[in-house]
Design a protein around this ligand. Structure first.
Ligand SMILES: [Zn+2]
Length: 172
């Protein structure tokens, strides 16, 4: 079975995402499904003839979050802190921290992706969720060069993750 390729960046790290609206519900009867590129963020529909996705797999998340523990620091809005990255995608990340972040905070985030390379810097990350000892942020502003460097890193995680990105069953 050929894998689905992103029509925007031509790479095949795409994720089947939840259908939006009645049109996509109807299209799915004809094996046309919505996908989201995990690297460039492009959303598109693709014909997957004879393929039925089980409803269980219809995750609401647009990006699959990869688990990876790395040092992270952040600053902004009068607070600075550090923590440990827990999961990451091109859309955002979650990390553990002792600092009190609040939903709506915007911080500059520094991700130490490796011991040898300079860290990846996200100029603006919006705090979307908080829980005791941790927070989830969405990446909203970063330099193109940093985005590309994180793409390389996430791509490595996706490869290591195996075939879970586009999981589907053929209807016999
Ligand atoms: Zn793409």
């Amino acid at each position: 079975m050929a894998s689905v390729k992103c029509p925007s960046c031509a790479r095949d790290f795409v994720r089947r995402i939840a259908r939006a609206g009645w049109l996509e519900a109807i299209l799915s009867m004809f094996y046309v499904y919505p996908f989201k590129c995990q690297l460039c963020g492009h959303r598109f529909r693709s014909l997957r003839w004879g393929v039925r996705y089980s409803r269980v797999r219809e995750d609401r998340r647009q990006y699959q979050r990869m688990e990876r523990k790395l040092p992270v620091t952040f600053s902004g809005e009068g607070l600075t802190g550090d923590g440990t990255l827990l999961n990451i995608s091109m859309g955002g990340c979650g990390f553990a921290t002792g600092s009190a972040l609040a939903i709506g905070n915007v911080v500059r985030l520094v991700l130490q992706i490796s011991g040898e390379l300079p860290p990846v810097i996200i100029d603006a990350a919006l705090v979307r969720s908080t829980r005791k000892g941790g927070a989830g942020v969405e990446f909203i502003q970063w330099q193109e060069s940093e985005r590309e460097r994180l793409q390389l890193f996430v791509r490595g995680l996706l490869i290591g993750h195996g075939t879970d990105i586009d999981t589907a069953k053929h209807v016999a």
